[in-house]
Design a protein around this ligand. Structure first.
Ligand code: ARG
Length: 459
């Protein structure tokens, strides 16, 4: 019977099914580079503190670098019976450098080790997500800049409401993904602290310099309670929540792109390279990327529910349940990264159909609010103006006209306050440009906002 690294007190070897049930190496092996980085820092610190000799530390570090090379070149032989990434790395280290490898784990437990690995991994992944979020924001900004003259209907309840600039609509998404960035950056503060030195749960009797290890690993500080440190996975839940929020935003975008690219709307043309065909209907061009983004949002929500549920009943401190944090975490990050990448390309490649959008922007009595405001500005109480314009809309419905087709004579039938100037007011551009407040859709405001964004972000 081959002994486990922890096998001293055991008389029987582990049941094969139990090995399969309890292993995590099949998925946590992706943590190897972080595990090794954490071990190198730990060993350097042990040497600095005189707990290991300089020679011992050097041999271990050299061995760890060899292990990393094997991992990166794909030569490393992962073994299920060694349970997880930590045991696999340590076992191989000892094969390479001999018994001195056994000194690596001095003053450390897998409990603070795995917490460290996951924090380093999450920090790395958040940096990746931040880059991808920026790419996506850049694509929205570019759309906004390039199509500043395109007017489209703005909707509430998916009913035509008021004309808006397509650029304004694009910048609405810019802001969602900007908030997502802020959320990830905020999470990073709580991710980037070192649990090393917490050991199994109570700290350690070795004179470790926790701050030194933290510094070597680029952590901003050290955790302040060893029991919390080995059982805290709040940062995992937060990270998955942030991913879920990004996916929710992408899913809303997807829903709009799907609707906009229908024959019925015809607002945009999606790039061919990002659509797929039908095996039976030759004419079809389907927005599968958007549909799958919407679908994958469900799975990331599932990851969030999984981590919250895994954590909810855990007594302090470490429990093996915590091993289950990894698959939802990896899945959420993998999914969000792919979704961000592909959607940035979709957004960059889509083309608004300006004519069609403008045509629809006139419809649905989208200028009714402008008319009510017109009367109110001439002194009529807004509520009364609202009623008068409602009657005008009813008249249009009866006669099959749009508001911009009415004559001055017709307007006057509903109120004396209507004058010649009402006719020039009845244009979608006029309507858009009248909404000249900060955050409004007027061209002047949208152009200002584009400039503000460009001064804030280095695109
Ligand atoms: N594979 C474990 C995990 O992911 C590592 C920590 C194991 N610790 C322990 N005491 N069994 O959580």
């Amino acid at each position: 019977m081959e002994k486990k690294l922890w096998g001293g007190r055991f008389k029987e070897s582990t049941n094969k099914l139990v090995e399969q049930f309890t292993e995590s190496v099949s998925y946590d092996k992706r943590l190897a580079p972080f595990d090794i980085a954490g071990s190198v820092a730990h060993v350097r610190m042990l040497a600095k503190q005189g707990i290991l000799s300089k020679e011992e530390a050097d041999r271990i570090v050299e061995g760890l670098h060899k292990v990393l090379e094997e991992v990166e070149s794909g030569k490393f032989e992962w073994k299920t019976e060694l349970e997880d990434v930590h045991m696999n790395v340590e076992k191989r280290l000892t094969e390479l450098v001999g018994p001195v490898g056994g000194k690596l784990h001095t003053g450390r437990s897998r409990n603070d080790q795995v917490a460290t690995d996951v924090r380093l991994y999450v920090r790395h992944e958040i940096e990746e997500v931040l880059k991808l979020l920026k790419e996506l924001r850049r694509a929205f900004l570019k759309q906004a800049e390039e199509h500043i003259d395109v007017v489209m209907p703005g909707y509430t309840h998916l009913q035509i409401a008021q004309p808006v600039l397509y650029s304004h609509h694009m910048l609405a998404y810019y802001h969602m993904f900007k908030r997502d960035e802020e959320r990830f950056r905020d999470t990073l503060k709580r991710v980037n602290v070192s649990p090393l030195g917490s050991a199994a749960l109570a700290g350690t009797s070795y004179p470790l310099d926790r701050e030194f290890t933290a510094e070597l690993l680029g952590f901003e500080g050290v955790t302040r309670n060893s029991m919390d440190a080995v059982s805290d996975r709040d940062f995992v839940a937060e990270t998955i929540f942030n991913c879920a929020m990004v996916m929710m935003h992408l899913s809303r975008l997807s829903e709009e792109l799907i609707i906009w690219s229908t024959e019925e709307f015809g607002f945009i043309e999606l790039p061919d390279a990002f659509c797929t065909g039908s095996s039976i209907m030759p004419q079809k061009k389907n927005p599968d990327v958007s549909e799958l983004t919407r679908g994958k949002t469900g799975r990331v929500y599932g990851d969030l529910m999984a981590i919250l549920t895994i954590l909810k009943g855990l007594p302090l401190t470490y429990n093996r349940d915590l091993q289950e944090d990894k698959e939802p975490l990896f899945d959420a990050l993998d999914t969000v990264k792919m979704a961000l990448k592909v959607n940035a390309l979709v957004v960059a490649g889509m083309k608004p159909k300006a004519e069609r959008m403008r045509e629809q922007a006139r419809k649905g009595f989208s200028l009714a609010t402008d008319l009510a405001d017109y009367l109110a500005k001439k002194g009529m109480p807004f509520r009364e103006a609202h009623r008068v314009v409602g009657e005008l809309v009813a008249y249009c419905l009866d006669t099959g006209k749009e508001l911009d087709q009415l004559t001055l004579e017709e307007f006057k039938r509903f109120s004396d306050l209507f004058g010649e100037d009402v006719l020039s007011l009845m244009s979608v551009e006029g309507s858009v440009n009248s909404r000249n407040v900060i955050g409004g859709t007027a061209r002047e405001q949208v152009l200002k906002e584009i400039e503000r964004i460009k001064s804030e972000e280095s695109f």
